[in-house]
Ligand binder design. Structure first.
Ligand code: UTP
Length: 297
């Protein structure tokens, strides 16, 4: 008899990278703590986890990243101060940041790549499927991106990643999937069976223009694949090789996310995220729109 599909309860948020694309802002502070409108970047990922049914979050931190742990610690003094000064709603917002979530931390002492960072969560994850969310990428849409992947995993029992279409002249900047549509599993034209993942192919050699964007559901066997991955040219252990093995040996699905994706670890992506999230913000949106319309460019 086949085993029941295990529920995804845990998520790994790698946040130990050097953030070189965002220097000098990231010299002494984590890029995951840069605020987009009124929240640090990584809080968007944590909220996405909660909205996707995940309640144990494992953050991979490193040197200069203490502010992340402080942000997700409870702050009774601050809450008391806000309550005593007539700001109970703000006190409640602060409480909600950590409410009902179990946080664990482990450190990556050297930024040896995304695959290496994920491998460090092995013991905390244990023998169950888990999510990975890149802490500098915001996915914004009607259904949270991780929730969409959880649904694919529930249906297939296999790993799943989000992808989005990028212009052909930009495929060399991303991991690109070689994938075939699977219209018969209830996800319309958004689901693809992954045959392979190619890291930063040239335009001529790209098997598609669907790029891997930063949300994953992975089975625990992926740790073994990462362990067997050799460091690449830059000495980093990437996740792509493990995804390729997963696709070939167990099965992997790509879900074309129905929403916006912002790579906010990049200066332009960060500005896009800030402007668009501010426009969508119920409190700030109307006056910010008015301000933008009044700009003489
Ligand atoms: P990025 O490649 O976007 O992050 O990795 P980076 O290396 O910090 O950025 P640049 O290219 O130098 O500007 C995606 C995510 O993986 C984490 C990063 O913190 C980021 O959230 N990461 C990356 C690690 O945790 N460890 C690593 O060794 C590399």
């Amino acid at each position: 008899m086949s085993q029941p599909i295990k529920r995804v309860r845990k998520a790994v948020l790698p946040a130990a990278g050097l953030g070189t694309r965002f220097l000098p802002a990231t010299k002494a502070q984590p890029k995951e703590m840069l605020p987009v409108v009124d929240k640090p970047l990584i809080q968007y990922s944590v909220e996405e986890c909660v909205a996707s049914g995940i309640d144990h979050i494992i953050i991979i931190t490193g040197r200069r990243k203490n502010a992340i742990e402080d942000h997700f610690d409870s702050a009774p003094e601050l809450e008391r101060h806000l309550e005593e000064h007539g700001r109970p709603l703000m006190a409640e917002q602060i409480r909600q940041i950590t409410s009902g979530i179990h946080f664990s931390y482990t450190r990556q002492s050297e930024a040896l790549g995304l695959g290496h960072a994920v491998l460090l969560a092995r013991e905390l994850v244990g023998d169950e499927p888990f999510a990975v969310l890149l802490g500098d990428v915001i996915h914004d849409g009607r259904v949270p991106a991780t929730k969409a992947l959880v649904d694919v995993h529930q249906k297939t029992g296999q790993g799943a990643i989000t992808v989005e279409e990028v212009p052909p002249e930009k495929v060399h900047l991303y991991g690109i999937v070689d994938a075939v549509p699977e219209p018969n599993l209830g996800f319309g034209d958004r689901l693809f069976r992954v045959r392979d993942v190619i890291e930063k192919p040239s335009r001529e050699h790209a098997p598609s223009n669907f790029a891997v964007t930063g949300r994953y559901i992975l089975p625990p066997e992926v740790f073994e694949y990462i362990e067997n991955t050799k460091p690449g040219r830059n000495g980093e252990i990437q996740l792509t090789d493990a995804l390729r093995m997963l696709a070939k040996e167990q099965g992997l699905w790509a879900y074309n996310y129905d929403g916006s994706t912002y790579d906010a670890g990049d200066k332009l992506g960060f500005l896009r995220a800030t402007v668009e999230m501010a426009l969508k913000n119920p409190e700030l949106g109307p006056s910010f729109r008015e301000y933008l319309q009044g700009l003489k460019l």
